[in-house]
Design a binder for this molecule. Structure first.
Ligand code: DLZ
Length: 211
């Protein structure tokens, strides 16, 4: 019998050309990670997201993903604020641009062009493969809850790109790297599309538009 599982593709083609998207990925189980990141990037670009509007960062393991997402979302708002011009020439958060020395004559802060949009979505990518201890269960549980909390608390979609595989084979299959005849499906592609869809929805919903 054919399986009923799976994602029904959206009937709407979302335009990512105005969106700014971050990808943060762990480095554990690198072969699978690389394929997932490539799949996500491919779909972001196909949806029109500009390369200059995609930021990719890495962290050691999946356990580090929630903090990274949280700080990157906050950081993108600081970038926005530091570009706002006011009578003082914009807020200066101290590290960028360089703060003039306290001993020298205060100089006007130079205008610096930084990307000035907060992230519309963040894709958190990790690959957890069960070992012989309870480590896997603790990390899966805490990371999934933390990522959910970040998106609900910040209002910025966090795409759950964390594979929680019981075997190497399960992880490979879900990155399109299956060793058998069927290579499987690269879930990174779905995550790229989900980021564009959720980023687009949230922009619209944030403006009170629901049509
Ligand atoms: C320690 C560890 C183990 C055993 N397994 C994985 C894994 O399968 N996938 C993954 O992303 N990270 C793993 N880690 C590393 C932890 O996520 C984390 O980086 C360390 O415990 C340091 O906080």
């Amino acid at each position: 019998m054919a399986s009923i599982k799976g994602l029904l593709p959206s009937e709407t083609k979302y335009d990512g050309s105005a969106l700014r998207i971050a990808i943060v990925h762990a480095r554990w189980n690198r072969e699978v990670i690389d394929a997932l990141v490539a799949g996500a990037l491919q779909k972001l670009k196909e949806a029109g997201v500009k390369e200059s509007n995609i930021v990719v960062q890495s962290v050691p393991g999946s356990f580090e993903l929630p903090l990274a997402c949280s700080r990157m979302i906050a950081g993108s708002h600081i970038q926005l604020a530091s570009n706002d011009t006011d009578l003082l020439g914009g807020l200066n958060f101290g590290t960028y641009p360089k703060v003039p020395s306290r001993t020298g004559t205060p100089a006007p802060v130079a205008a610096v062009t930084m990307p000035n949009e907060p992230f519309d979505a963040v894709i958190a990518i990790g690959v957890l493969i069960k070992g012989s201890t309870m480590h896997f269960e603790y990390i899966c549980d805490s990371v999934s809850h933390a990522l959910m909390k970040i998106q609900v608390d910040t209002g910025v979609p966090v795409i759950f790109g964390v594979l929680t595989a019981l075997t190497d084979g399960q992880a490979l299959d879900r990155a399109g790297l299956g060793r058998g005849e069927n290579k499987g499906h690269n879930h990174g592609e779905d995550w790229g599309l989900a980021a564009v869809e959720m980023g687009s929805h949230c922009r619209r919903w944030g403006q009170g538009k629901f049509a």
